[in-house]
Ligand binder design. Structure first.
Ligand code: G3D
Ligand code: MG
Length: 170
């Protein structure tokens, strides 16, 4: 049977240096063939996911530079269908800041799936699971732990968001 095809926009949100660009690079093998820059400093990369009966083309929007949720252009969020909220497990403030990233994003796009990602799981000096659980509660779901360096959890994170985007589509 022919697969049903969908195209969805997702944003990578989170403080500078948490590993957003590294996660995209790890996830998307054909990184150099399918990218373009927007005029307001964003890189967009395309990745096709095979989700059984569904072929989902993810347009992955990545902010360039060290923007904060307060300085980010709303054109970055506009039309997004979901987001990965990325923090650095060794820097507590990047975890707490995800609340602001989430709130600003949802204020622009409405109610869409977001998935919290705790990156740099390969490093020493990580914050306690109690802190992750506290912020996870406030975000409404637990963190997926990843390492863009080793690849741990990276496919799982994007595929989990992809499936959430396709929920309700039959
Ligand atoms: P950003 O796009 O969120 O700003 P980057 O973050 O992807 O540019 O990553 C920032 C730095 O963290 C980079 O190091 C990158 O190699 C490193 N990094 C990203 N993900 C991981 C990870 O999972 N584990 C480890 N150990 N490092 C990671 P540099 O030195 O280039 O600044
Ligand atoms: Mg980056």
């Amino acid at each position: 049977m022919e697969k049903r095809k969908f195209i969805r926009k997702i944003c990578l949100l989170g403080d500078g240096g948490v590993g957003k660009t590294s996660l995209v690079r790890r996830f998307v093998f054909d990184f150099f063939s399918d990218e373009y820059l927007t005029s307001f400093g964003t890189k967009v990369t395309k990745k096709v996911l095979d989700l059984g009966q569904i072929e989902l083309t993810m347009m992955i929007w990545d902010i360039l530079g060290q923007k904060t949720h307060k300085t980010l252009h709303h054109a970055y969020y506009k039309g997004a269908n979901g987001a990965l909220l990325v923090c650095d497990l060794t820097r507590e403030e990047t975890i707490r800041n995800l609340i602001g990233w989430r709130d600003d994003f949802l204020a622009v796009v409405g109610s869409v799936p977001v998935l919290p990602i705790a990156n740099k799981n390969d490093l020493e000096g990580k914050v306690s699971d109690a802190i992750l659980a506290e912020i996870g509660d406030r975000l409404g779901q637990g963190f997926v732990k990843t390492s863009a360096k080793t690849g741990e959890g990276v496919q799982e994170a994007f595929i989990r968001l992809g499936k959430a985007l396709m929920e309700g589509v039959d």
